[in-house]
Design a protein around this ligand. Structure first.
Ligand code: NZQ
Ligand code: ZN
Length: 388
């Protein structure tokens, strides 16, 4: 049975080749001083920075630069960003980049006007904002996280071996997102594929839960089929606009919280992957790719009908003459073949992990309860070992 839910998504999307033309008008709705948040410089090389600056100038804004947001943004960098926001009394936060810049902007947005340490308040103690929230806008340059259309923010504390996500309310979600699929053409293949697997895993985290007949599951099956097709086309030709636009659009749907409506949801693959990033700083999507198959093969028996359905409805496997066990296994084999084909990282050794790190990884892993199995510490270690 579809569970009860309330759904609202306040992010205004401007999608397509001309999406950037909406930026000046969007900026005009907000205050004078804009903190311009970006990463390690890709936007300067691909020309997006110049377009953003032109839009800021056309809107007559005062720009405060905040560069160097790293993938897996850290608590220390967040403290720096909050300091800049407070010192310059900014009115608006414009993130230009992928999930890391968007997540960081949201974390600054809930912290500028409060005295607490942002890591302690939101990521260690999971408190809700008690101060004025500064509005955020996003110019998206990488498809994957869905951060452009949700209230989530994930921050990493390497000293404590913790990477923690806080799902804030819709008040913290970006006010708008500029989504031009052409902006993703310059992504290195590794990042493109990491983003694609991140999208797939956002969907499976929500799909592999419950035993009911739920409309959200049918929507997700369509999204997964489309993603598989588009991913193959994008790997073959990174400048295939149709494929890149379908990937970008699927990423937003996969985690704008819509397909999770009425579902229990799992998210254990993300907890395992976040532990890996906390300890090694590896790329988010690839950490998920390294642990997903061992995890799903481990829990498959507990959710057999859904895994069998996944095989048929996502991978087109013929059910004739097959028991659910065979179908379920064949579905995961098909996902594995696709992951290898597009270039996912298939094990943790490639991300710098070895046997000596298993206990540390387990210490960094949160246990979720919404999926088909609640893992024990021994099971978590066994799954990490299987992923090496
Ligand atoms: O820093 P620059 O130089 O910009 O380079 C970035 C970065 O190195 C590069 N890049 C981005 N767009 C590019 C580009 N390079 C060339 N051309 C472009 N157009 O790609 C690298 C990765 O960027 P990043 O923003 O880190 O990737 P992603 O979008 O995957 O974000 C990852 C972060 O988001 C969190 C992850 O945990 C991770 O910290 N997540 C956020 C979620 C949310 N808010 O809902 C959910 C996700 O599950 C995820 O946890
Ligand atoms: Zn993710």
């Amino acid at each position: 049975m579809l569970g009860d839910f309330t759904y609202c998504n306040p992010t205004r999307l401007h999608f397509g080749k001309n999406a950037m033309s909406a930026l000046t008008e969007e900026l005009a709705k907000y205050g004078q001083t804009v903190q311009l948040i970006y990463g390690g410089g890709s936007i300067k090389r691909n020309g997006i920075y110049d377009q953003v600056i032109a839009a800021l100038e056309a809107a007559g804004k005062t720009v405060v630069e905040d560069a160097g947001v790293m993938p897996n943004p850290t608590a220390d960098k967040l403290r720096e960003g909050v300091k800049i926001a407070r010192e310059r009394n900014v009115d608006f936060l414009l993130a230009v980049g992928g999930g890391s810049c968007a997540d960081y902007a949201k974390a600054v947005s809930v912290s500028m006007n409060c005295d607490d340490d942002p890591w302690e308040k939101y990521f260690a103690r999971f408190e809700e904002p008690t101060c004025e929230i500064i509005p955020v806008g996003v110019v998206l340059t990488m498809a994957g996280t869905g951060s452009e259309m949700n209230g989530g923010s994930v921050i990493t504390n390497h000293e404590q071996n913790l990477k923690i996500g806080h799902v804030f309310s819709t008040d913290v979600a970006p006010k708008f997102a500029i989504m031009n699929p052409e902006f993703t053409y310059s992504l290195p293949k590794y990042q493109m594929v990491a983003g694609i697997f991140d999208i797939m895993n956002h969907i499976t985290e929500q799909y592999f839960s419950g035993t009911d007949d739920n409309t959200s599951d049918y929507i997700m099956e369509g999204l997964m089929r489309g993603l598989v097709k588009a991913s193959r086309a994008a790997v073959a030709n990174p400048e295939d606009y149709e494929a890149r636009s379908n990937i970008m659009w699927t990423a937003a749907w996969a985690l704008n919280t819509f397909v999770g409506c009425g579902k229990a949801q799992d998210w254990e693959v993300h907890m395992l992957g976040q532990a890996v990033s906390a300890v090694t700083d590896a790329t988010h999507g690839m950490t998920l790719a390294a642990v997903a198959l061992p995890y799903y093969r481990y829990i498959m028996d507990a959710g057999l009908p859904k895994f069998a359905r996944f095989a048929q409805n996502v991978w087109g496997i013929d059910a004739a003459g097959k028991a659910d066990e065979q179908l379920a296994a064949a579905g995961l084999d098909a996902m594995e073949a696709w992951m290898r084909e597009i270039g996912c990282v298939m094990n943790l050794a490639e991300l710098g992990c070895d046997e000596s790190m298993l206990e540390t990884l387990a210490d960094a892993t949160f246990v979720m309860e919404g999926g088909y199995r609640k893992l024990t510490r021994e099971e978590i270690i066994a799954i990490f070992r299987e992923s090496l």
